[in-house]
Structure formats: structure tokens, C-alpha cells
Design a protein around this ligand. Structure first.
Ligand code: SAM
Ligand code: DTB
Ligand code: SF4
Length: 345
């Protein structure tokens, strides 16, 4: 069960104080459901040191553990969203003080892309507070995707639900990734969002996949769910065939005025466990430590990187809330001896 990393194998035997506890093996038959939720929960339940060892072993088999992807996020159309997502400051259903804006112009977006590139980001993700874009919106977004691509960054969008035709159009504009999160386990979805259902989310992911755009899909941890709830989310993501190329794991950012503003704090180790299990069940994916980094502090972030997170949102702002500072991120990565990739134009 334990793989010896090449560097270790060449010189010495690993120390084993006791045999690792029984934990599920990776899927063997691609035709079957890859990760039953019970097996995902069994991973979440492992003693923390065992779980971290498993996650690091998988991580090293597929990725350089010293590498970090930097993705910058920009809200191209903020607020006024008709959906009622319980966590979200941009919903018209919650009084959060977020003002609705018009869509940003290509020139303003270009400026943000250049800033992100100069700061070292290689991926640029544009978010809009829509239930779904209309066709006029989409035409404008196509232009923005071209702006990002012209500067040599990977382009990602998150615009809400998409039809098959809209996904094809974004692909035609050069979009690399589309972000659309499952957010939580199917059985918890209705208690967080009532204006759309899980199947709507899965349908959009299907359209994105069919159009040949890479899928970016993850969820939010810390919304009051149990371990079983987190297992349900990870199992859904891991059982998408194929699983997403990119998996954002957000920690709930509690925004005053949203229904989840007073949610009790989650034990940080539960968050790290979720990252580790995402890494084990989706070995080749980029696992992005997304919202919540500012609040969780450096030690928890460092544990998440050791658990297999190899991408972060980089820039002083997420969509409407603050992110960890760029300088603090650069220092943390430098202190950890980690490298990033720069965009080429
Ligand atoms: N409106 C589009 C949609 O919902 O697909 C795109 C933007 S929406 C803000 C993108 C994602 O941000 C959500 O699916 C959710 O996972 C995440 N998000 C929103 N508010 C959050 C919060 N307060 N804390 C953590 N994640 C959040
Ligand atoms: C994702 O998974 N997280 C990002 C991005 N995809 C669009 C959004 C996080 C939002 C956090 C709260 C806010 O600033 O609105
Ligand atoms: Fe709208 Fe997206 Fe916020 Fe939900 S998460 S309210 S769809 S912006």
C-alpha cells in the first residue's frame, strides 16, 4: 500500500512504526462508480498522519510537490444575482451591501490581466453574478476571453448555467476552463440553494465537457455539513467521468447578511482532510485551495499544500471579499521553497 518515493528508494528504507490502517484502494474498473461514498468517508476517517501520507504519496506520483499554480480571479459583473445561494454575498436575496455593477469593459479587463501577469499568475478566471448568461452577455464574454488569451494566460470563466451552444461558443473563443461548482453533497443542496437543483449543475458540466473545455468544479466546506456531507461532495466530483481537471475547495467565507454568516467555525484539520481526500480521489487534478485562505492563516494553508493542494487564487481580492495578500503569498511560497509557473505571451 505504501509507495516508496524514488528519492527514498535509492538510499534507505522508510520507517514504519506500524502498518497503515486499512484504507480504500483506488478504483480498478473504470466502468464502475469509481468512489463509493462509504470509501470516501473511510478516507476522511483515517488517522490524520495516515491520511496525509496517502495524500502525499498520490500527490508525488502525479505532481511536483514544490509547484504551485497561481490563478487570479476577477469579478467582471458583480452583484444583483437572482439565485439564492445561502453562502453568497452577491445574491439579491441577502442584504450584504454589495452593489450591482455593469459588466467590465475589455480595456478594464486587459489592465487587470496585465497586472495579474506582472504579479506572476498563469491563469485568469472571470466570474459573473448570473444565474445564466444571455446571448448578448456571452458575446461580450467571448471578447474578454480573447483579451486574456492574447496576453498568454490560461482563461477560465464562471458565469452560471450554460447551454451546449453557449459552451461551444466559449470554446471557439479559446476558453481553457469553465468553473461551475457542485458546492455540496446532493442531499444537502436544497438546504443551501432553492433556485436551481443539482441536476442543473451536472447538466452544465456535461455541456462544458462535450464542448471540449476543461472542467473546473469543486465545492465549499464549512457550511455546517458533517463529514458524511463532505464525503458526499467529494464522491460526486470524483465519480464524474472523467473527474474535473481542476477542483476548487473553498472554505466558507462568512459574509454578514448571508444566511450562513453565523455558521460555527470548522476545525481546520477537517478542512485539510477534505483537501487530502480530494487529492487521493482525483490524483491528476489541480486541487485549488480557494476561498478562505485569508481567514485560515498560514499554518493551515501550509498543511493544505502538504495534503496536495497545488493551486491558489492569487490577488488581493476574490470576487467581492478579500483574499490573502499577494506579498504574504509570495513570502509564504518562498519560505516553503515552492515554485510557480509564469505566463508566456
Ligand atoms: N454565479 C456563478 C455560479 O454560481 O456558478 C459564478 C460565480 S459564484 C460566486 C462561484 C462560486 O463561488 C460558487 O459556486 C461558490 O462555490 C463560491 N462562493 C461564493 N460565495 C462564497 C463564499 N462566501 N465562501 C466560499 N465560496 C463562495
Ligand atoms: C470558486 O470555486 N471560488 C471562487 C471562484 N470559484 C469563482 C469564488 C470565491 C468567492 C468567495 C466570496 C466572494 O468574494 O464573493
Ligand atoms: Fe449568484 Fe453564483 Fe452567488 Fe449563487 S453563487 S448567488 S449563482 S453569484
Amino acid at each position: 500500500m505504501t509507495t516508496i518515493t524514488p528519492a527514498l528508494a535509492a538510499t534507505e528504507q522508510p520507517l514504519h512504526f506500524h502498518a497503515p490502517r486499512q484504507a480504500p484502494a483506488p478504483p480498478v474498473d473504470a466502468g464502475q462508480q469509481a468512489w463509493p461514498v462509504t470509501e470516501v468517508q473511510a478516507l476522511l476517517d483515517l488517522p490524520f498522519p495516515e491520511l496525509m501520507h496517502r495524500a502525499q504519496t498520490v500527490h508525488r506520483e502525479h505532481h511536483d510537490p514544490t509547484h504551485m499554480e497561481l490563478a487570479t480571479l476577477l469579478s467582471i459583473k458583480t452583484g444583483g444575482c437572482p439565485e439564492d445561494c445561502g453562502y453568497c454575498p452577491q445574491s439579491v436575496h441577502h442584504e450584504t451591501g454589495v452593489e450591482a455593477t455593469k459588466m467590465m469593459t475589455p480595456d478594464a479587463v486587459r489592465e487587470a490581466v496585465l497586472g495579474a501577469k506582472a504579479a506572476g499568475a498563469s491563469r485568469f478566471c472571470m466570474g459573473a453574478a448570473w444565474r445564466a448568461p444571455n446571448d448578448r452577455d456571452l458575446e461580450k464574454v467571448e471578447e474578454l476571453v480573447r483579451v486574456v488569451k492574447a496576453e498568454g494566460l490560461e482563461a477560465c470563466c464562471t458565469l452560471g448555467m450554460l447551454s451546449g451552444d453557449q459552451a461551444q461558443r466559449l470554446k471557439g473563443a479559446g476558453l481553457d476552463y469553465y468553473n461551475h461548482n457542485l458546492d455540496t453533497a446532493p442531499e444537502l443542496y436544497g438546504s443551501v440553494i432553492t433556485t436551481r437543483d443539482y441536476q442543473d449543475r451536472l447538466d452544465t458540466l456535461g455541456h462544458v465537457r462535450e464542448a471540449g473545455i476543461h472542467v473546473c468544479s469543486g465545492g465549499i466546506v464549512g457550511m455546517g455539513e458533517s463529514r458524511a456531507g463532505r464525503a458526499g461532495l467529494i464522491a460526486q466530483l470524483a465519480n464524474l467521468a472523467p473527474y474535473p481537471e481542476s477542483v476548487p475547495i473553498n472554505h466558507l467565507v462568512k459574509v454578514p447578511g448571508t444566511p450562513l454568516a453565523d455558521e460555527p467555525d470548522l476545525d481546520p484539520l477537517e478542512f485539510v482532510r477534505t483537501v487530502a481526500v480530494a487529492r487521493i480521489t482525483m490524483p491528476k487534478a489541480k486541487v485549488r485551495l480557494s476561498a478562505g485562505r485569508r481567514q485560515m492563516g498560514e499554518s493551515t494553508q501550509a498543511l493544505c499544500f502538504l495534503a496536495g493542494a497545488n493551486s491558489i487564487f492569487y490577488g488581493d481580492k476574490l470576487l467581492v471579499t478579500g483574499n490573502a495578500d499577494v506579498e504574504a503569498d509570495q513570502q509564504l511560497l518562498a519560505r516553503m521553497g515552492m515554485q510557480t509557473t509564469r505566463a508566456h505571451a
